[in-house]
Design a protein around this ligand. Structure first.
Ligand code: ADP
Ligand code: MG
Length: 433
């Protein structure tokens, strides 16, 4: 059984505890939401839906005095303030019922704002925000203010903003509440697309049963209690990540080795032509799957291109073959580590993570401070456990130290990220899906 992305255990939550106005808003809630799932919280007004999303979103974690709020097996209440802030910034995107757009900021700046907390430069922020707006056909409104938009348009901006830091989990609290039926349908389509095409885990809150149509799991709430859970039959068919979709729909024959060969080829053959890279990729995937051995691999690498080889100098061919052997070894270790994790998700990873760090930074000539090491290792572990996306990993490494990042130069970050992804390629798929 893979680790659920969200797991609540025996959650009780009170407003105004101990006062005459005390409200027992959540009563002994237990639930699990799988990675890649689409869950709905359904129930009448006042039943506790929003409170539940506040807990999962890390907004309200103090007053739940019992039980556990586990995100990817880490209890939110075990996190330091900083960790919780990072989770809120990159771990979860919330689409609020009232949209919560800042009236004094343009549409573009509203969408770019979450990235500011990560210390990303203004230019890059705006560029990324523009891409998001484009996805929702909103670029022509970029310079307008929220008050100049219709409800449906504000909704799209608020969805774009929730996606700004590329979180794996999206929470939408009554996202259809203020919309006419055409826009409500559009918003539902967006959520479905985010789930199916982007592999995001979705939590949608609603009190209208028609809007449950795309949910794979429906949790029924009443007076703070979870009274029923319903699984939709469609579940299996849609539980896919983006990479699965891409690779299994477009290239049905693709294996983790081919996937890895593709990403590695670009890294190892930087500066070579497309033709050469393609051919290298072919031999690399044969080597990775064990179809050919190292001497044969080297032969192919240094045979002339016109004879069907890659046409590398002998020395270069040897060096690349060594790097590949090295990676094959490391992947084996990572595979073992995943097996351990699968048996016991609590397995401490500190030692392995330190080892991975030294691989990733093999060519780095500087010296990391203690705090940089702590943050680097956290990012590796989070990436390893698939809490954060590759993009988030890069962001955290590039972020300045004062913004809780590692503060590495972008060249170093690119190399580290490419190496890590090469090691992980195909692995999350095998373990978690
Ligand atoms: P829903 O989103 O399903 O409408 P909520 O989670 O907003 O429900 O509210 C659950 C219960 O908690 C309701 O009885 C509501 O009145 C109460 N409640 C919500 N927010 C607060 C608050 N800040 N202070 C006191 N009671 C609250
Ligand atoms: Mg509500």
């Amino acid at each position: 059984m893979p680790t659920p992305l969200v797991k609540l255990e025996n959650i009780n939550f009170y407003y105004n505890r101990g006062l005459p106005s005390e409200v027992h808003a959540l009563k002994n809630i237990n639930l699990e939401i799988e990675r890649g799932g689409y869950a709905a919280f359904f129930g009448p007004s006042g039943c506790g839906k929003t409170t539940l999303t506040y807990l999962i979103g890390g907004i309200e974690t103090e007053n739940a005095d019992e039980g556990h709020i586990l995100i990817n097996n880490r209890d939110l209440r075990g996190l330091s303030k900083k960790e919780l802030a990072v989770y809120r910034q990159i771990g979860v995107g919330i689409i609020f019922q009232q949209f919560n757009l800042l009236p004094s900021l343009s549409v573009l700046d509203n969408v770019a704002l979450p990235m500011a907390f990560l210390g990303i430069t203004v230019e890059r922020r705006r560029k990324e925000a523009m891409k998001l707006l484009d996805r929702f056909n909103m670029t022509k409104y970029a310079e307008r203010f929220p008050s100049e938009l219709s409800g449906g348009q504000q909704q799209r901006v608020s969805i774009a903003r929730a996606l700004a830091n590329n979180p794996p989990l999206i929470i939408a609290d009554e996202p259809l509440g203020n919309l006419d039926s055409e826009n409500a349908n559009k918003a539902l389509e967006f959520l479905k697309e985010l789930n199916e095409k982007d592999g995001r885990t979705i939590i949608m809150v609603t009190h209208e049963s028609w809007s449950l149509r795309d949910a794979k799991t429906i949790f029924y709430l009443k007076d703070g209690e979870m009274i029923k859970k319903e699984e939709s039959a469609k579940k299996e068919a849609v539980q896919k990540t983006l990479s699965e979709h891409l690779y299994h729909n477009l290239f049905p024959e693709v294996t983790p080795e081919r996937l890895m060969a593709r990403s590695l080829s670009y890294m190892l053959m930087r500066g070579f032509s497309g033709k050469e890279i393609k051919r290298f990729e072919l031999f690399l995937s044969k080597r990775l799957s064990g179809e050919i051995d190292t001497p044969t691999f080297i032969d192919f690498l240094d045979s002339p291109f016109k004879d069907g080889g890659v046409g590398l100098w002998k020395q270069r061919a040897n060096k690349i073959a060594l790097t590949v052997e090295d990676l094959v070894e490391k992947r084996k270790e990572i595979e073992d580590l995943y097996k351990e994790l699968e048996k016991d998700p609590e397995t401490p990873l500190a030692e392995e993570v330190a080892k991975i760090r030294s691989w990733l930074l093999e060519d780095y000539r500087g010296v990391l401070s203690d705090i940089q090491i702590v943050r680097f290792d956290e990012a590796v572990e989070d990436r390893f456990r698939n809490i954060i996306s590759p993009e988030n990993f890069i962001q955290v490494l590039e972020l300045s130290r004062s913004s809780f990042g590692v503060g590495l130069a972008s060249g170093t970050v690119r190399t580290a990220s490419e190496r890590l992804e090469a090691m992980l390629t195909g692995k999350h798929y095998q373990v978690f899906h």
